[in-house]
Write a protein that binds this ligand. Structure first.
Ligand SMILES: Cc1cc2nc3c(=O)[nH]c(=O)nc-3n(C[C@H](O)[C@H](O)[C@H](O)COP(=O)(O)O)c2cc1C
Length: 446
């Protein structure tokens, strides 16, 4: 079997007891794991055993879920990943941070630190924070609009990239004889003066083994795609059907080329929620068991709020009413709203069916079946221009990740699609990305 070239990209999206709404209610689940660092270190080691590219945490600076509904504690992802960095050697570490509610200097410093601590394995998932409640935690009386958030995101990114580039690769000389530690000409101010930020620089942290952290992006609206095309090196997205996957893939790759970058320097990773069993019937049983544990009242109230109608006008056994909010009125997660409504209409779902679909993957592609069948789906998507790999979102953790690593990964390796060993040590090497400033990669800023 020859070593696959290039390997597809597999990222493990980690979340407490798993992505299924009711995973925490299964008999074996520990509903308190969200604050257990040893649990997450073990998950990272499992992903690394499977030679996965990276692990990832989503985040919002606000309590996103009704605490009655499911385990809703989330530790700050950079801190948590820092603990996972010392428990692993190769796996990439992707943390979400908000351009709307953070400060660029502190953020650049935090990620550069994680990149140093992990020897070049860090990535920043750039989000504009769709949860409008977050604004109230930062003194906003009205939440910034979708358009304002993306305008700020662009300047924010420029500042962060310039700060990461404020140290030249060869800045540190450490010449004990001459008594010179670093060349001051190679540690530069950035003197950014913009509409929203004034930042002098330089940063307190220099280059890592991979140059600078990888930029990941996860917004799929028009402005989201424009931002990704310009800056992102990997993109997480929710495309439930292969047709939607191909359409998104083509649009984003074309936009990346139009932005003057190589189409190979952006990895497009749709979400995939595998619900695995050794037979299809066993997988369906697990799905049924999970669905039976969903307390429908919680997602029903959330859906009513999202679509903008009173909850008593949603009948569980009838389709979504026609007279609901249009996507133009959505200031939060625009792309996901469009996707949810389109899925309900296309598949003629009742409200109950829609809620159960969302319960297993929040609009990402859920796949119920055997390891062989999941591998078939992955192969079909990556060989037909719908994905460069996947954001694997196990419905149940840790068992779903263990099964994926033990049973799906070997099939992908045997088919020559996925690496058997890591070829490098940094996340850029796993994703097949250049070090910025070399080989026609992202331009060096500043
Ligand atoms: C896999 C995936 C993970 C995401 N993770 C986060 C997250 O952690 N925090 C967040 O605020 N938004 C997250 N998002 C949402 C987007 O980043 C974005 O903020 C949202 O989709 C609104 O932008 P859009 O309208 O351009 O899609 C995620 C989206 C996807 C597809």
């Amino acid at each position: 079997m020859s070593e696959p070239r290039p390997s597809i990209t597999l990222n493990a999206f980690l979340m407490g007891t798993g992505h299924h709404e009711a995973s925490w209610r299964l008999p074996d689940a520990d509903p308190r794991v969200s604050r257990d660092v040893t649990y997450f270190q073990e998950l990272a080691r499992t992903a690394e055993r499977g030679k996965l590219d990276s692990v990832f945490f989503a985040d919002s600076p606000s309590l996103m879920t009704d605490p009655a509904r499911r385990p809703s504690e989330t530790l700050e992802p950079r801190l948590l990943l820092s603990a996972m960095a010392v428990a692993t050697e190769r796996i990439g570490l992707v943390a979400t941070s908000s351009t709307t509610y953070e400060d660029p200097y502190n953020l650049a410093r935090g990620f550069a630190s994680l990149d140093a601590i992990s020897n070049g394995r860090a990535a920043w998932n750039v989000v504009t924070s769709a949860d409008l409640k977050a604004g109230a935690n930062f003194g906003y009386t009205t939440a910034p609009t979708h358009a304002e958030r993306y305008e700020r995101a662009e300047e924010f990114l420029e500042v962060v990239l310039a700060l990461w580039d404020s140290w030249a690769v060869d800045a540190v000389i450490a010449d004990k004889t001459a008594g010179v530690w670093a060349d001051p000409a190679r540690v530069r101010s950035i003197d950014h003066a913009g509409d929203r930020f004034d930042v002098a620089g330089p940063l307190t942290v220099g280059r890592s083994q991979q140059g600078r952290p990888v930029i990941v992006q996860a917004g799929s609206s028009g402005p989201g795609i424009a931002l990704a095309a310009k800056y992102a090196e990997a993109v997480f997205t929710a495309t439930p059907t292969i047709e939607e996957g191909r359409d998104f893939y083509r649009r984003l790759k074309d936009a990346t080329v139009a932005a003057g970058r190589s189409r190979d320097h952006i990895r497009i990773l749709p979400g995939l929620v595998p619900i695995l069993g050794s037979t299809e019937a066993e997988a369906r049983d697990l799905e049924r068991q999970l669905d039976d544990l969903v307390v429908l009242d919680h997602p029903l109230r959330q859906l009513a709020a999202d679509v903008g109608i009173p909850v008593d006008q949603l009948d569980l056994d009838r389709p979504l009413p026609r007279d609901i909010r249009s996507a133009d009125e959505i200031e939060g997660n625009k792309a996901r709203y469009e996707l949810t409504v389109a899925m309900a209409r296309r598949d003629d779902l009742t409200v109950r069916q829609l809620l159960l679909r969302l319960g297993s993957g929040r609009g990402h592609r859920a796949f119920v079946g055997t390891p062989e069948q999941v591998a078939d789906t992955i192969e079909e998507w990556v060989t037909s221009g719908a994905a460069d790999g996947f954001n694997i979102m196990p419905a149940v953790l840790p068992s779903g990740l263990e099964l994926f690593v033990e049973q799906v990964v070997p099939i992908l390796q045997d088919r020559g699609l996925f690496r058997r060993e890591y070829a490098g040590t940094t996340l850029r090497e796993h994703y097949g990305l250049p070090v910025p400033g070399t080989e026609g990669g992202l331009p060096q800023t500043g």
